[in-house]
Design a protein. Structure first.
Lengths: 654, 522, 277
């Protein structure tokens, strides 16, 4: 594949400002520390909004050009010039990255604004002093935005890796923002470690590319992808997939994402729902020239996506924690996206589209959840909620719109994006259509079930919280959130409703993405016609919603979680034993290995080291006695030395 | 018999040897200044001597350095002069430069009167330690300014030693450099008994070693019928003479030289003398004697005995290993900073010997470079040692250095840097020095020896790092020493050493070029 | 010792006559005995005298070996001047005749003996081996040319070994300064008479309460050093007998806290006193 890459000019040559603004914000806020208490949140939000403005300008500039000119690069500086390894730091401005820029800075701006209100309250509650740590929070958020922009804008795999690690760092810092809470610290560590597993895959994939091609820049790698042998392509594809699994919470590395909900809710919305976790999807879509060449690699991607989407749905049905249900929903929805991009040319654009719509409605859902919990003394257990629609109407309305979009209510965003993916899954040949299409279809039904359950338990039914007190002994007084929180929710709700229609009408997005992802191909005719698939999805979703209503909507819900339940629910409540599996497969052997190594280190290595140290020490003390302080003994030792030297020199001569 | 003594009428006209005064100028200036220094001692009143000596010393080094610099600009190869007694070639000039610079640093420390009120030297050495008069003179602020001419004589001896082109000149230079050092060792102001003991030990063992040197010289004369290095080289080249004489002579000569370089097992004097001598003198010895001794070893080995190297090489291998092992292992259990640096110098002598056995141009240039780096680092290290004091004078026991970083972060940092340089950590000159020496040795096929050297470096690094750990991670002793604020002289000496150590660690190129400019001329 | 073998080895070579051989054996044995005597004598003065024997023998040996100038210099300078100075100094400083002979280092003497003999053996063996192949040349021919032995030595000193010769001056200066530094105490308060005129001296002496000379040192009483104080009849030290010039342990005994009680054993041999103090 050869592609036309133009040098960025005009407005696009200022694209570095995209990254520079939030990076500057993060630097200033981190350096200022608590001095920024009063203005940190304003600066933090302003930099992201400025970044959004630049992004919008660049985007409009690109829209004004013909499709061939839309892929542009902006060379900034030579980053790693080490003999054979020449890494340039440059930005790649093409339709794909610009879409991400708009998503990141757009949703990012909204969430920054939301955070102003959220964190003010939050800090007052937790630390006792308003705004105590708010500027640190905004510094981390800014850091995240700039790293994420580097990730999507970089023009090579090394730049991507830089951003990749940057968002990992920001994610770690933000999950552990309540660092005094052991759960948060543990969750951050878990996220960090599981991400490292994925990063290793990405790193090795980059090594293979460099080893084979001597370059890691996108343009060269992609145009010369044909030089890889088939096994190499498969290896790269699977290693990149491993990276994507780590970052996007895909099977088998999905367990960190629900735990990451220990972070503040805006973080969950921005990083762990809308943007960072979709980086895996971006990586695979970006590497499409490689995946195009390896059907086996794509099959691997599809399998992972399918498994993950089912896991996410099933576990989501069983959880009682508001944010964790949403987290598993995210896992599941990203499974859909991975499935889509794994389908190859018939799915790249669909995956990106679902990513965008999901970015809107899931961010909206999370903000709504944050708003609810905010009104409920930070209570996250949905069994203690109920009937909240009367108390927080704006939240209720916006959340409902997001919920409907997610389950694919006709003509809302999810309807367009998710149905298209299921249809594409069905358009494959033979068993694949039945397996992957069927799984995706089942997933849609389950999604409708758990989301409806969530909806009913939180906003409908009796007000169970009235009889209860929160953990810190206060009564619940649900109330609507301040304007800085509701306005972003409203905007996101509008997005949830409209984005799907706008993007899919006349294939707008697919056409726009063509320069980066290639033309969106029509899938083959699978076993079931497309129209029928659409109806099936609707029918199953309705069935799921109805079942949820039948179970949770008509009778009162127990505040305490029923403990005697069937095995499937028990399994789902235990994250389908993902942690146990991780424990058994990775952690235990790891622990054993570590213990063995510690043993070897203690007994063997330390033994040798300490032993030789002791030996030296001992011989030192013994030799020391020869230094008696008496000249005659010194002279004697010199004489001994002389005799030996002389003997060695002379005796061989006899 | 009388007719043997004088044969009437047979006396030819004496042909005076040609003397290139300009080439010898640095040496003659130092010698001359030493003599002038003696006159100053004789004719000036006591209070005037110190300032005059200091001025004289500074002028000496200025002029000697100047003439040396002028010399460097011309005559790329070098020459021999005074009937071939001196060889003023590139290595000799390099060593002269090194000696002058190090000597200047040491002289600054010798002249310092601020760290120890009145200087590190006793006011009147003739008074017996421990007597009433000695207690009376402890409060006096004068010092024996004879130290200045003595140090200059020693320096002149060293400069002759490295340039001597025949063994007789070398022997006399050896004595000229040693005798003043013996004396200076015994002139400490504090702890006079241990100082005098050190002087006596040094003197006795030095005389012992000189005897070896002289015996070797005699045997070599018997072998080659000449004491000139070039003639010995020629004789080893091809004669039917029994070479037992050669190797016996070589072995004895070597013992004398290795003693001066404090190479194990001829090192025994080093710790005691380093510890007992006044610290400026220790610095002078540690830096300059090492340079002079190895300069002479290099010349003797490379000029006179290169042709027979395969016969004696393995002996020096063994000596180098013994020296490195003794230095590194014994250094571990030392509890006195000065003794520790002494053992470090023994280990370093082993490394230097490694470069000296590599009988090629790289071996020469790398050893010269190593001497330069080692000299400056040691000089500055002893400078720092002289600053850490308590009421009894220098606090050299390691336990007194605990937690020094908390009291005096600058001194602790400087000393840590110097210790790292001695250990050979990158970005210090010690690393470059070790690197070039080991590379030269490897190129000569001394792989096993380099492995031993690396192990010894690692072991030695342990006791350097232990001091750093002690300074930084231990709680300060309750009645620990204070760090004196040094006067301009000691500050200048320490700064000189530290700057050169850093400079040669970062930009070693120019010095390596200079060290490798040309080989020996004989 | 080695020289014995040397001569045996060269016995067949031309210019070594019978008389020379006899002279060599006598002188060689003498010098060896002298050297060993110097080492093993317990009294420093005896050691010095043994050394004189060695030097004399060597001097004669040089003359026999056709180097008469060296032989004379050896006798005149070393035996005559230097050794006599040594003796003077020994007499004057006069440490108690023997140092401690108890060896505290275990095995030191045995090891020193074994190693020393081994070293000597090595050298002798090496010399024997190498000198069998060396032809003696003798100095007869050079001594007959260029103005004779003395002139030739002088010529060498001022040509080939000029620098070494000149450099020796540095050595001498150093030695002189060293002696001054270690021994000369300019801070010492001189006695009043040293600066006075003869007239004043006489007046001081006669008007003072001691017209007679100060008592001499007790050299012949207990030791052979001038630093030894004279003893008064009751066995105590006569303070006036102490030298102002020479410091000694005896002087310290005058420090009030060190002043010994008069004791009856003061006149016994030094060895016996050693144990008590």
């Amino acid at each position: 594949m050869t592609e036309h890459v133009a040098q960025a000019t005009g407005i696009a040559s200022w694209a570095w400002l995209l990254i520079a603004f939030p990076a500057l914000g993060a630097t200033i806020l981190l350096l200022a520390g608590k001095k920024a208490r009063g203005w940190g949140h304003l600066l933090g939000s302003a930099t992201v909004i400025a970044s959004f403005a630049v992004g919008l300008a660049t985007f409009l500039d690109a829209v004004g050009r013909s499709p061939e000119e839309r892929v542009r690069e902006l060379h900034l500086f030579s980053w790693i010039p080490v003999q054979a390894l020449q890494v340039d730091f440059g930005l790649r401005l093409d339709p794909l990255s610009l879409v991400f820029v708009l998503l990141i800075t757009g949703v990012g701006s909204l969430i920054h604004i939301y955070s102003i209100g959220y964190m003010a309250h939050d800090q007052e509650h937790r630390v006792g002093k308003a705004n105590e740590e708010r500027s640190r929070f905004f510094a981390y958020l800014n850091l995240f935005v700039s790293a994420m922009l580097i990730l999507v804008l970089g023009n090579g795999f090394v730049t991507l890796y830089f951003g990749w690690e940057g968002v990992g760092l920001a994610s770690y810092l933000l999950i552990a923002f309540y660092q005094h809470r052991p759960a948060a610290a543990t969750a951050a560590k878990k996220a960090f470690l599981m991400n490292r597993v994925g990063d290793l895959g990405l790193a090795i994939a980059i090594f293979i590319m460099f080893n084979r091609l001597g370059t890691t820049q996108y343009t060269e790698v992609f145009s010369r992808a044909g030089e890889f042998t088939q096994p190499e392509l498969l290896a790269i594809a699977l290693l990149l997939l491993l990276g994507a699994c780590g970052k996007s919470g895909q099977f088998p590395l999905q367990a960190w994402l629900p735990d990451a909900m220990e972070g503040p809710t805006p973080v969950s919305a921005l990083i762990h729902a809308a943007t960072m976790v979709t980086a895996g999807v971006y990586l695979i879509a970006r590497s499409n020239p490689i995946y195009n060449l390896t059907p086996d690699g794509r099959l691997g991607v599809v399998i992972i996506g399918t498994i993950t989407l089912l896991i996410g749905c099933i576990v989501g049905c069983a959880y009682d924690d508001f944010k964790k249900v949403l987290a598993y929903s995210t896992v599941s929805q990203i499974g859909y996206m991975i499935l889509a991009v794994g389908l190859g040319p018939i799915g790249y654009a669909l995956g990106i589209m679902h990513l965008l719509t999901h970015g809107f409605f899931k961010a909206g859902l999370f903000l709504g959840a944050g708003s609810v919990m905010h009104g409920m003394n930070d209570e996250g257990n949905i069994r203690k909620m109920g009937g909240l629609r009367k108390h927080m109407p704006i939240t209720f309305v916006t959340w409902t719109l997001g919920y409907l979009a997610l389950i694919g209510f006709p003509f809302l965003s999810g309807y367009y994006s998710k149905d298209a993916i299921i249809e594409a899954a069905f358009s494959q040949e033979g068993w694949r259509a039945w397996v992957f299409g069927g799984a995706a279809l089942l997933g849609a039904g389950l999604t409708a079930f758990y989301m409806t359950r969530l909806f009913l338990l939180v906003f409908m039914g009796e007000e169970r919280w009235k009889k209860l007190k929160s953990a810190d002994g206060r009564d619940y007084h649900p109330h609507e959130s301040p304007l800085t929180m509701t306005v972003p929710m409203i905007i996101l709700a509008i997005g949830s409703v409209a984005v799907g229609f706008l993007l899919s009408k006349g294939n707008t997005l697919a056409t726009w993405l063509e320069p980066a992802l290639g033309e969106l191909q029509e899938g083959g005719h699978g076993p079931i016609p497309h129209e029928i698939v659409g109806w099936l999805v609707l029918a199953l979703s309705a069935l799921g919603a109805l079942t949820a209503y039948l179970i949770h909507g008509r009778k009162s819900v127990a505040v305490e979680r029923p403990l005697k339940v069937a095995f499937p629910i028990r399994a789902a409540r235990n994250d389908l034993y993902a942690n146990a599996i991780n424990e058994a497969i990775f952690a235990r052997p790891g622990t054993w290995l570590t213990r063995a190594l510690v043993f070897v280190d203690n007994k063997g290595v330390d033994g040798v080291v300490l032993g030789s140290a002791a030996l030296l020490q001992g011989s030192s003390s013994r030799l020391r006695r020869m230094q008696t302080g008496f000249v005659r003994s010194y002279a004697l030792s010199m004489l001994v030395g002389s005799v030996i030297v002389m003997a060695a020199l002379i005796l061989v001569r006899f | 018999m009388i007719s043997f003594l004088a044969q009437p009428g047979g006396l030819d006209a004496l042909q005076a040897p040609e003397i290139d005064y300009w080439a010898m100028a640095p040496l003659l200036i130092v010698l001359g200044a030493a003599c002038v220094g003696v006159l100053v001692e004789a004719f000036l009143a006591k209070p005037q001597r110190w300032p005059v000596q200091v001025i004289l010393t500074v002028l000496t080094f200025a002029f000697a350095g100047l003439t040396l610099g002028l010399r460097l600009t011309k005559d790329p190869k070098g020459l021999t002069t005074v009937a071939g007694a001196l060889s003023i070639d590139r290595p000799a000039l390099f060593l002269w430069g090194t000696l002058l610079a190090l000597g200047f640093g040491a002289m600054l420390m010798i002249a310092d009167r601020s760290v120890e009120p009145g200087g590190s030297f006793v006011a009147s050495a003739a008074i017996r330690p421990g007597t009433i008069q000695d207690r009376a003179q402890a409060g006096q602020h004068g010092m024996q300014t004879e130290v200045f001419p003595l140090a200059l004589f020693a320096l002149a001896g060293m400069m002759t030693f490295v340039a001597a082109n025949d063994l007789l000149t070398m022997f006399i230079a050896l004595e000229v450099m040693s005798l003043p050092l013996y004396l200076m060792c015994g002139l400490a102001r504090r702890r006079r008994l241990i100082s005098q003991e050190a002087a006596l030990k040094y003197f006795l063992l030095g005389a012992f070693a000189s005897a070896f040197f002289l015996y070797g010289l005699a045997l070599l004369y018997g072998y080659a019928q000449s004491v000139k290095l070039a003639d010995i080289a020629e004789a080893t080249g091809g004669t039917d003479r029994s070479d037992t004489l050669l190797y016996a002579g070589f072995g004895l000569l070597l013992v004398g030289l290795l003693f001066k370089a404090s190479v194990g097992p001829f090192h025994t004097w080093t710790p005691d003398v380093y510890q007992g001598a006044p610290t400026p003198v220790t610095a002078f010895m540690g830096a300059c004697t090492k340079v002079a001794a190895f300069g002479a070893i290099l010349r003797v080995l490379q000029v006179a005995f290169k042709a027979s190297s395969w016969e004696w090489e393995y002996v020096l291998w063994a000596v180098a290993i013994v020296s490195m092992a003794i230095g590194a292992i014994l250094g571990i259990t030392q509890t006195d900073v000065k003794r520790m640096i002494a053992y470090s110098s023994i280990a370093h002598a082993g490394f230097l010997l490694l470069g000296s056995i590599a009988l090629n141009h790289d071996g020469l240039s790398s050893t010269l470079f190593y001497l330069l780096t080692y000299g400056f680092t040691t000089l500055a290290a002893f400078g720092v040692v002289s600053l850490v004091r308590n009421a009894d004078g220098e606090a050299t026991h390691l336990s007194q250095w605990a937690g020094l970083a908390k009291r005096s972060p600058l001194v602790a940092a400087v000393f840590s840097f110097l210790l790292l340089a001695l250990a050979g950590i990158p970005l210090t000159s010690g690393f470059i020095g070790k690197f070039v020496v080991f590379r030269a040795a490897l190129a000569e096929g001394m792989g096993p020896l380099v492995v031993v050297a690396l192990i010894a470096s690692a072991v030695a690094a342990f006791f350097y790092l232990r001091v750093i750990v002690l300074m930084y991670f231990s709680e300060p002793a309750a009645d620990g020493p204070a760090v004196s604020v040094p006067g301009a002289f000691t500050t200048a000496a320490i700064t000189l050493g530290v700057v050169v150590t850093l400079l040669l660690g970062v930009l070693p190129g120019f010095a390596l070029d200079w060290a490798g400019a040309a080989g020996f001329v004989f | 010792m080695s020289s014995v073998f040397v001569t045996q080895a060269v016995v067949d070579a031309g210019p070594v006559s019978m008389g020379e051989q006899v002279a060599f054996y006598v002188l060689g044995t003498g010098s060896l005995i002298g050297a060993l005597g110097m080492l093993f004598a317990r009294n420093a003065v005896h050691s010095a005298l043994w050394l004189v024997l060695t030097m004399l023998n060597l001097g004669v040996l040089y003359m026999v070996g056709q180097a008469p100038f060296l032989g004379f210099v050896q006798i005149i300078v070393y035996t005559g001047a230097i050794m006599m100075l040594f003796l003077f100094v020994l007499m004057m400083v006069g440490r108690e005749s023997s140092d401690s002979v108890v060896e505290v280092l275990r095995g030191q003497r045995l090891a020193a003996g074994v190693i020393g003999l081994g070293f000597a053996g090595l050298l002798v063996a090496a010399l024997v081996r190498s000198l069998t192949q060396v032809k003696p040349i003798g100095l007869a021919q050079p001594n007959a040319q260029g103005g004779g032995n003395v002139a030739n030595v002088g010529k060498l000193i001022f040509t080939d070994y000029l620098f070494a010769f000149e450099l020796t001056s540095a050595l001498l200066i150093t030695a002189a300064i060293g002696a001054m530094v270690l021994a000369f105490n300019e801070k010492r308060r001189r006695p009043a008479y040293a600066k006075s005129l003869q007239q004043e001296l006489v007046e001081a002496r006669f008007q003072g309460n001691r017209p007679s000379p100060l008592p001499g040192p007790g050299v012949f009483a207990t030791a052979n050093s001038v630093a030894t104080p004279a003893l008064l009849p009751d066995g105590s030290v006569a303070p006036e007998s102490l030298s102002e010039v020479i410091e000694s342990t005896a002087r310290e005994r005058l420090d009030p806290d060190l002043l010994p009680e008069p004791d009856a054993h003061a006149l016994t041999a030094p060895e016996q006193r050693e144990g008590e103090s």
